[in-house]
Design a protein around this ligand. Structure first.
Ligand code: OGA
Ligand code: MN
Length: 231
């Protein structure tokens, strides 16, 4: 069997195949963290080259082609500017690099299911762009039993993020959401993972444009009546 770190994806954009990971056993620490504490911060999760291409893709998206993010899903989708102020663009595999990103997350989905037995069904993700002054107040990505979002992921794509640039991700304690577990700068190549139903989190005011890809692994809650996921 091919191990994930050896897998290369054949984007037509590249003269040579793009290696996804620079290290051996790229999921080892992540799987361990998720199993023991339910969240994880992984620096340089993908290879330098793959991160660079994703970074260029995110920075090249014109803001006019993005939509103001809302809070809630489907019918109750509202644009609540007090709570959230980013621009998003859902990822369809229309470009080679987006296709590669979704393929990479598919490798991770299979590894998560194999090691943690959590039955993840698919993955949805969007580019997110916080302009200067934007933030996302403390929230949870899924309410128990009301959503199919199981594991949240955020990949940061910002060069030279400095102490004073703000925009930190704050993760709160699962049992006492008043307690901060940690604050993390959205530095290039860093990826955050946390169980969607368990961890309140927040994005502090960004003092400069902040780029990321946020995504969610989901389970299939389809019943006879409702298609869920609906896409
Ligand atoms: C989100 C979110 C965190 C971040 O998009 O739901 O919480 O650090 N993002 O961008
Ligand atoms: Mn969130």
């Amino acid at each position: 069997m091919t191990t994930p770190e050896k897998l290369t994806l054949g984007s037509l954009y590249f003269e040579e195949p793009l290696t996804l990971f620079d290290r051996e056993e790229p999921f080892y620490n992540l799987l361990n963290d998720l199993q023991t504490k339910g969240w994880s911060i992984q620096d340089d999760f993908f290879s330098t080259r793959f991160t660079k291409v994703l970074r260029d893709e995110a920075h090249g998206l014109p803001v006019e082609e993005m939509q103001r993010a809302g809070v809630g899903r489907q019918q109750d989708h509202q644009v609540l500017l007090e709570a959230r102020r980013d621009y998003i663009r859902w990822i369809d595999p229309e470009s080679a690099i987006r296709h590669d990103f979704l393929n990479a997350m598919e490798l991770l989905r299979v590894a998560l299911n194999r090691h943690l037995f959590i039955g993840l069904f698919d993955y949805e993700a969007h580019f997110a762009r916080y302009e200067k002054g934007a933030f996302y107040e403390k929230h949870i990505d899924a309410f128990k039993g009301e959503s199919n979002r199981i594991l949240s992921t955020v990949l940061y794509l910002n060069d030279d993020w400095q102490e004073g640039d703000g925009g930190e991700l704050v993760i709160y304690d699962e049992h006492n959401p008043e307690i901060e577990l940690g604050r993390f700068f959205p530095k290039n190549g860093r990826m955050a993972f946390f169980l969607s139903e368990c961890f309140y989190h927040e994005v502090k005011v960004a003092k400069r444009t902040r780029h990321s890809i946020a995504g969610w692994f989901r389970v299939n809650n389809t019943t006879g009546q409702n298609l869920d996921p609906d896409q």
